[in-house]
Design a protein around this ligand. Structure first.
Ligand code: ADP
Ligand code: MG
Length: 325
């Protein structure tokens, strides 16, 4: 970005997020230097969000800043990683300082909450696109993976999936809602909370884990495919929020929970012997057992393959994208 690039970087992207002693050089040099712990495995994730695709045009800049980091922290959480550092590559149509200060505030607040330092990035001009790369650590061999689920394991989910998709539908005027339910569902789309503490707590407990970005049924399908297993889910066990139940008809609720994206909850498998330990976890979010891992491949909801939309989740190139956006 020509005029003012350095001023913008200095003003909005320098000393952002947590202060960390292990950052030897942050924003300002050609690349960042971090003192990675000697005996840890580094965990790296990168995600891009595009205006009009991953968030609606005109979305509050604070929510965009929050989301850019949240989606990456969610990927680290799904691996059981402790987040530490982040890089930001941002493409802006114009150097709008009001927008930038909102964006930086949203990003900064979430980064501080999770002890993440913004250590570098790149700033360019073009259609609004934000790519973040987050890095964290796990003890060697301690990462949660999509593979590892075994027949007989329980399937668990955190939080109340479906809320974020309902929030987006409300925002886009596709789902009428008022009052407290409306506010709660909107907030779940606007400020998704990455389940970092849960990911850490599940080390040594979960046999496999994935974060729900594209819809529960589709993401469970990915976990099963990676593990070489199938899964049976009981729809009556799905944890539906009071908000979702008050705005969506009974049939539609389950559809939101199974096919709705953007929840950033964790979906994981664990042996039945871990039920007491999992129920006793205090990771800031409710956990619910929704089904069982099976030998027979595929995902079944109440014994049936998921509906077309629920099964596919959101696929940018698949041509089967649900009506979400
Ligand atoms: P170079 O031309 O050497 O790549 P830049 O001028 O792009 O350097 O960046 C200068 C410094 O500012 C670097 O440390 C870079 O990591 C940092 N930086 C640039 N843009 C951002 C951003 N959006 N967020 C965080 N750091 C940034
Ligand atoms: Mg550069």
């Amino acid at each position: 970005m020509p005029a003012g690039e350095f001023e913008l970087i200095e003003r909005y992207f320098t000393r952002r997020g947590a202060h960390r002693e292990d950052v030897l050089a942050g924003v300002g040099d050609d690349a960042a230097l971090v003192a990675a712990p000697a005996h840890a495995t580094l965990v790296l994730a990168s995600d891009t969000i595009v205006e009009g695709g991953h968030f609606p045009a005109g979305f509050d800049a604070r929510f965009v800043g929050h989301r850019a980091l949240a989606v990456n922290l969610s990927d680290l959480a799904a691996m059981g990683a402790e987040p530490a550092w982040a890089l930001l590559a941002i493409t802006l149509p114009a150097p709008d300082e009001h927008w930038l200060s909102g964006f930086a505030a949203g990003l900064d607040a979430l980064a501080r909450r999770h002890g993440v330092a913004l250590v570098g990035g790149d700033t360019t001009r073009g259609p609004l696109t934000v790519t973040m790369t987050a890095a964290g650590t796990v003890p060697p061999g301690g990462a949660l993976m999509r593979e590892g689920a075994r027949p007989g394991d329980d399937v668990w989910v955190s939080g109340t999936p479906g809320d974020a998709a309902a929030g987006l539908a409300i925002l886009q005027g596709r789902l009428p809602a008022q009052g407290r339910a409306r506010d709660a569902l909107l907030a779940r789309f606007q400020l998704p909370q990455p389940r970092v503490a849960l990911g850490l707590a599940l080390r040594g407990i979960a046999t496999a884990c994935i974060d729900i970005s594209d819809g529960l049924a589709g993401d469970l399908g990915k976990l099963c495919a990676a593990s070489g297993v199938g899964a049976d889910v009981e729809s009556r066990e799905l944890p539906l929020s009071a908000g979702l139940c008050s705005v969506a008809a009974p049939g539609a609720r389950v559809g939101y929970a199974l096919a709705g994206g953007d929840d950033y909850e964790l979906l994981f498998s664990a042996g039945p012997g871990e039920r007491a330990r999992i129920s006793a976890l205090d990771a800031g979010v409710v956990l619910r057992r929704i089904g069982t891992i099976a030998e027979v491949l595929g995902v079944r909801i109440d014994g049936e393959p998921p509906g077309r939309d629920a099964g596919h989740g959101f696929d940018h190139f698949g041509g089967t994208a649900p009506v979400r956006r």
